[in-house]
Write a protein that binds this ligand. Structure first.
Ligand code: ADP
Length: 541
């Protein structure tokens, strides 16, 4: 017998409809490429996305066609997002920091029909224009601009499309399983792969994101997604923001520590999300400026392992909870989030600090497990000690890649993340490493994450990457690549000394290489494959 309850498809348009109806006057602030902070609200964003939906239809664009964006987190980008997905097309957010060849590759792979872009990316588009012939419409996210027309004579202008179209538009109703958006992985470990989200998966993910044990997002919050909309849909926050009707601060292109401290203090941000490298520079800037980040109650840190020192500084020096989470493009990205349980309340501060270092436990909606690294079908004990390949399944986890890949899922329906982890009896998961980043010394594993976390605790180390270097006797040995703090005279011996007593002596790196800079990819992660290419043979000399 079927239940007798209403059925409504879970569509992305329902999120913006809700925000417009019940939170219409809640502020959306947006830092534009020219540095200006503009003010809007959910009702205006909703009306503009409907105007744009009319415009897209008039251009002949159809349901399920891919429409790309190359843009920062700003108000026009948000309106384009809702217009595209809301009207049944697929919003393909592109990471602008990919190599131009990779960029052309994914635009063609996705068969994008139109491309929205910020002025920053005009030179990039001009450079690859000849290789992306499938794009029928280039739409500049701004008002009419002659500079744009010189490069792209047929360009359309976002502000003109808004002015020329009515906000009367009924969002179409369709199957919630249809695709809503497309993101490619940031390619840290190989060629970018497309992940095609559905309306259903995106809405369920947004609901989960708001739960108290995840980000506890509500209409009382002022949310700052530092994580770009092209990095796994800003971790789903623009959807969750509309769902809760919270205020949204879109930070635009300037994501340096100083700019972020200003935005947080000026607009009283309560919750922000980003990768660890962002928070490291934010903490330095806040300290230098004497800001206490008073309005911030919590930050959500993920995308790469967060050094425990960052979590501790947020809590102890800024009275701001730092919540460590784990996820992937393939998991929308919410996989686990580190929040404590009632039984942990009696623990000492030190014990809680220890517990909060891990990447946390899964919310309702996803499950995780560990499998043996050699024997594929053998489960690994969830005892907090044994390491295995981390696998995941759930409502917002991929079933297959955009371009079919038969091996994406195990025979029994789990996605293998390529991460090596431990899980304890309460479900708290600890990422030991990416399988490709693990350092295998004489058959024993060394976690590059652990070596990096220790290095950045050293007051004179700004950034550190531990890589596997080929070694004649041991196969691989760890080498540490270090960027020093400005004016530091720290040397190799001092850094190696710093490891003593923190890891077993055989895990201490063989060598420290000082560099001026470690290249980050578009998502703010260290490009460790480049470092391996460059320094991987250093111990053979
Ligand atoms: P890419 O795979 O191209 O880097 P993703 O953004 O999808 O793109 O990266 C997902 C990976 O990032 C995970 O598989 C994991 O290795 C790493 N990761 C994400 N969050 C964390 C975290 N909190 N701690 C450690 N690693 C993390």
């Amino acid at each position: 017998m079927l239940g007798k309850m209403m059925y409504q498809p879970l569509l992305i348009s329902s999120l913006i409809e809700h925000a417009a109806q019940y939170h219409g006057d809640t502020a959306i602030l947006s830092k534009e490429v020219n540095g200006e902070m503009t003010k809007s609200d959910w009702l205006t964003v909703s009306n503009n996305s409907k105007r744009l939906a009319n415009a897209l239809q008039a251009l002949g664009l159809k349901s399920s066609e891919r429409i790309a964006t190359l843009a920062w987190n700003n108000r026009r980008h948000l309106e384009a997002w809702y217009a595209i997905s809301g009207s049944g097309m697929i919003c393909h957010t592109i990471n602008p920091r990919l190599f131009p060849e990779q960029l052309a590759y994914i635009i063609n792979d996705a068969e994008d029909q139109a491309l929205f872009f910020d002025i920053t990316f005009l030179p990039l588009i001009t450079a690859i224009k000849e290789h992306i012939k499938g794009i029928k419409h280039f739409i500049y996210l701004g008002d009419r601009d002659e500079k744009v027309l010189e490069q792209l004579p047929n360009a359309l202008f976002f502000d003109e499309l808004l002015a020329d179209n009515s906000p009367d538009f009924d969002w179409p109703q369709f199957d919630e399983k249809l695709a809503s958006s497309l993101c490619y992985t940031s390619g840290t470990t190989g060629n970018p792969k497309g992940i095609l989200y559905s309306h259903r998966s995106s809405v369920l993910h947004a609901m989960a994101l708001c739960m108290p044990d995840v980000s506890s997002l509500s209409a009382q919050d002022v949310l700052l997604p530092v994580v770009p909309m092209f990095h796994v849909n800003a971790w789903g926050t623009p959807y969750a923001a509309a769902l809760t009707g919270c205020s949204l601060i879109l930070p635009g292109p300037n994501l340096d520590g100083d700019s972020l401290v200003s935005v947080i203090d000026d607009y009283k941000v309560t919750v922000a999300l980003g990768v660890p490298t962002i928070w490291q520079s934010l903490l330095t800037a806040a300290k230098n400026r004497g800001s206490k980040l008073d309005s911030m109650t919590r930050t959500i840190v993920g995308g790469a392992a967060c050094p425990p020192s960052v979590i501790k500084t947020f809590r102890e020096d800024f009275n701001c909870d730092a919540i460590h989470g784990w996820g992937m493009t393939e998991t929308s990205p919410l996989g686990t989030m580190n929040q404590i349980k009632a039984k942990h309340k009696s623990l000492s501060k030190e014990e809680i600090n220890e517990l909060r270092k891990s990447q946390g436990r899964p919310p309702y909606g996803v499950k995780i497990r560990l499998m043996d690294t050699e024997q594929k079908d053998k489960p690994v004990a969830e005892d907090g000690e044994s390491q295995g390949r981390l696998q995941i399944r759930g409502h917002w986890v991929i079933d297959d890649y955009f371009t079919e890949n038969k091996d994406a899922i195990t025979a029994d329906g789990w996605f293998d993340t390529g991460d090596i982890a431990t899980i304890d009896a309460d479900g708290y998961m600890n990422i030991r490493d990416r399988s490709k980043d693990l350092i295998k010394s004489g058959g024993e594993w060394i976690s590059s994450v652990e070596l990096e976390n220790i290095a950045v605790e050293h007051p004179e180390v700004k950034m550190a990457a531990a890589i596997a270097a080929t070694h004649k006797q041991w196969g691989e040995r760890p080498v540490l690549i270090v960027v020093k703090e400005a004016d530091s005279a720290v040397d190799e011996a001092q850094i190696l000394e710093f490891y003593k007593g923190k890891v077993a002596s055989w895990q201490i790196p063989d060598k420290v290489v000082f560099v001026d800079n470690i290249v980050l990819n578009g998502a703010g992660k260290m490009m460790k494959n480049n470092l391996r290419d460059e320094h991987g043979d250093i111990l053979l000399a």
